[in-house]
Design a protein around this ligand. Sequence first.
Ligand code: FE2
Length: 176
Amino acid sequence: MALSWSHSVLVAKDMDQMKDFYTRVLGFQITDEGPIPDDRYIVFLSQQADEHHQLGLIGPRENDGPPTTLAHLAFRVETMAELRGFIKKVEEEGVGYRPTSHGNTWSIYFQDPEGNGIEIFHNTPWHVQQPQGKIWDTSLEDAELLAWTECTFKNEPLFGPRMDYEAQREIELSKI
Ligand SMILES: [Fe+2]
């Protein structure tokens, strides 16, 4: 069960300044952005066609909030069996987790022993405009989960095959 590094999400105080820095100075492209629960906003940035985001920025961050800016670190696994293996491990550790599907992933979120957010996910075959998030039932068989996911997200904007999205991203990245 190998984890591939995928992305980090930071909580930002000044979203405009952070977006400007990561796009203008470091060359990221914004792949999606939009509102999320609790009156927050998320921006996704990437320089790789096969990563919807390598970096996420969530705002606003309160000035008197916790010192860390880390929302979560995310790791990808290549098979559903591996994801289920990690779910089993987390359950055996007695660590609470939240299964969330973003339409383009089946993710679980939990915390390490010091409270840092961790996401482990497996890609679905689809892309869909972000942000998105629905709780998924980890007891569903793979085929049932696939059908539930397609049914749940198929009417959301830009729903379509992941391969098509990544091909389009390659074109966008070649314009840099
Ligand atoms: Fe994430």
